[in-house]
Design a protein. Structure first.
Length: 547
């Protein structure tokens, strides 16, 4: 009986399903072919094989379709393998059942995704081929950060890339670089700009402003052709020349030059000779204090003081009377223009054109002879033995000449070797240096400066005197002192005397002319006396003949 009732119910259900247009489960008024009503936010239809459960779910906020069990959800078409996968960790795969990223698109030949703007109809296709990623928009491709239309990165349809620039005119343009186009790299602030361009022969760097290289905040070094520069600007390797810390240095790996600006002068050091070749044809001109040199070398204006090199800290054996601690140097004959030593030339031409002179009269040769006789010629040697050795001189002394012929003596500021010894000790104070000697330094009480040499330097420098505490101490101020021993040449004087030897030569000419006059006059007197003597001799002979 029970079996018959079940069969009857099944028959009725079959009849309703096969003869009714809509079927409802949980509702008597289905609106679709099959409608499942759940009023308790629960699953509706579930398909299962006993392990995997696929179901639908309706909640107050929406509807879901997915797996109830811990299994991925696959989508397919045309009864083929899965075209889209949703993993249990939330990763989505298109063309792959094992996505390893939030969105993983796979295609054996060309993985693509396509974007279309509904309003303007603009599109963009992103494609991944075997060896490249392609973006094919119909206009520029832009990336905006921190809001829409910020355009932080733009790839124009001509292949140019702009950063904070939506219309780049260079291959890579950072900011807006007005006036620069077609370069490899350009950058600007909308008004000023610069660019880099590599041609077939050279790399070009253009700018409408100055260049400022500031490595390490302006304290670093810049190298050209060298990876470890030891100078502010170094071109090539300076080898073992020890040229470091200069403003500019350049070398070929063996020989080198270094240029530095100190507080008092510009210095150019070199391990080789220096050759100036203006015009490059061997006929150029060099001007000092002039921009229109009229000869191979023209020096205008005058200088006070000396800048010649000294070698007081080198060992030799020519100074037998040097001070304790003083090392000696080798004496080598030198030829220079502003001369610490000889000037060598075929001829010396002095300005003597009458048109530049207010001529008063011919010199009084008799007076000139008297003046010349008062000038003393002296035998002497120079006190600077390290520089000049013991070479004897036979010349005049300026102070003596000044007493009888002052117009050939001139005065200027220079240094005298009245100290000429090394310090015994150096004491550093907050703002100065105190030089201590083992004996009297002989510096005048009213002296304002001395000339000193520190070890490692080849040129003496001027040091300002702060005070003279005692006969063996002097306090100086200088920014260039170094080492624990300093050689002091001597003090600066404002009445250093020089002699115009050309003036002495013309004085000698005039005196010689006076001597020539006297000789002629004496010769005439001798000739007249000879005539008288001859006449007397004739008379004597006549008298003798009469006897």
């Amino acid at each position: 009986m029970k079996k018959n009732i079940i069969l009857l119910i099944a028959f009725v259900c079959w009849h309703q399903i096969t003869h009714a247009q809509n079927v409802g489960i949980g509702t008597t008024t289905p609106l679709t072919k099959l409608e499942v009503l759940t009023n308790d936010n629960s699953y509706g239809i579930v398909h299962t094989n006993g392990t995997v459960r696929l179901g639908t779910y309706i909640g107050n906020s929406g509807g879901w379709i997915g797996t109830q069990s811990n299994h991925p959800l696959y989508f397919f078409t045309n009864n083929s393998s899965a075209m889209m996968t949703l993993r249990t960790n939330g990763y989505v795969g298109i063309g792959t059942t094992t996505p390893v990223y939030s969105l993983d698109i796979y295609n054996a030949g060309n993985a693509q995704f396509f974007l279309t703007e509904g309003i303007g109809g603009q599109t963009a296709l992103f494609s991944r081929y075997t060896n490249r990623l392609e973006i094919q928009p119909s206009d520029a491709f832009e990336i905006s950060v921190n809001g829409i239309d910020q355009r932080n990165l733009c790839i124009a349809n001509n292949g140019y890339v702009g950063i904070k620039n939506s219309t780049p005119n260079n291959q890579l343009e950072i900011g807006v670089a007005p006036g620069f186009s077609g370069n490899n790299l350009a950058m600007g602030n909308g008004t000023q700009a610069m660019s880099f361009y590599q041609s077939s022969t050279i790399s070009n760097w253009f700018s409408n402003t100055g260049f400022a290289l500031m490595p390490n905040g302006g304290k670093g070094y810049v190298g050209i052709g060298v990876s470890n520069p030891a100078n502010k600007l170094q071109i090539g390797s300076v080898g073992s020349s020890n040229y470091g810390g200069n403003d500019i240095a350049f070398g070929n790996g063996t020989q080198a030059s270094g240029i530095a600006q100190t507080g008092s002068l510009a210095q150019w050091y070199s391990t080789t000779d220096i050759a100036f070749m203006p015009r490059g044809n061997g006929h150029g001109r060099v001007g000092i204090n002039t921009i229109t040199p009229g000869a191979s070398l023209e020096v205008d204006d005058y200088v006070v003081g000396n800048t010649e090199d000294y070698w007081y800290f080198y060992v030799a054996s020519i100074c037998n009377a040097c001070s304790p601690g003083l090392q000696r140097g080798t004496i080598t004959p030198n030829v220079s223009i502003l001369a610490s030593n000889n000037i060598a030339a075929v001829e010396f031409d002095a300005y003597s054109d009458a048109r530049i002179k207010d001529i008063e009269d011919v010199s009084n040769s008799s007076s000139d002879l008297e003046t010349l006789n008062k000038i003393q010629v002296t035998d002497y040697t120079l006190k600077d033995k390290i520089k000049n050795g013991n070479k004897p001189f036979k010349k005049v002394i300026a102070q003596q000449v000044e007493t009888v012929y002052p117009q050939v003596v001139s005065k200027h500021t220079d240094f005298i070797p009245n100290v000429y010894k090394a310090t015994n000790k150096i004491i550093k104070t907050d703002s100065s240096w105190i030089l201590v000697f083992d004996s009297a330094h002989h510096i005048s009480k009213n002296s304002t400066a001395i000339k000193v040499l520190t070890p490692g330097n080849t040129a003496m420098i001027r040091a300002t005197i702060v005070s003279i505490p005692s006969d063996n101490k002097v306090e100086i101020k200088s920014d260039e002192l170094q080492g624990d021993m300093i050689f002091v040449y001597g003090e600066e004087v404002n009445d250093f005397r020089t002699v115009d030897y050309d003036g002495l030569t013309t004085l000698n000419i005039s005196a010689t002319q006076e001597l020539s006059k006297l000789v002629k006059q004496q010769q005439a007197e001798i000739d007249a006396q000879n005539i008288k003597i001859s006449a007397l001799d004739t008379e004597i002979k006549k008298l003798e003949a009469k006897q």
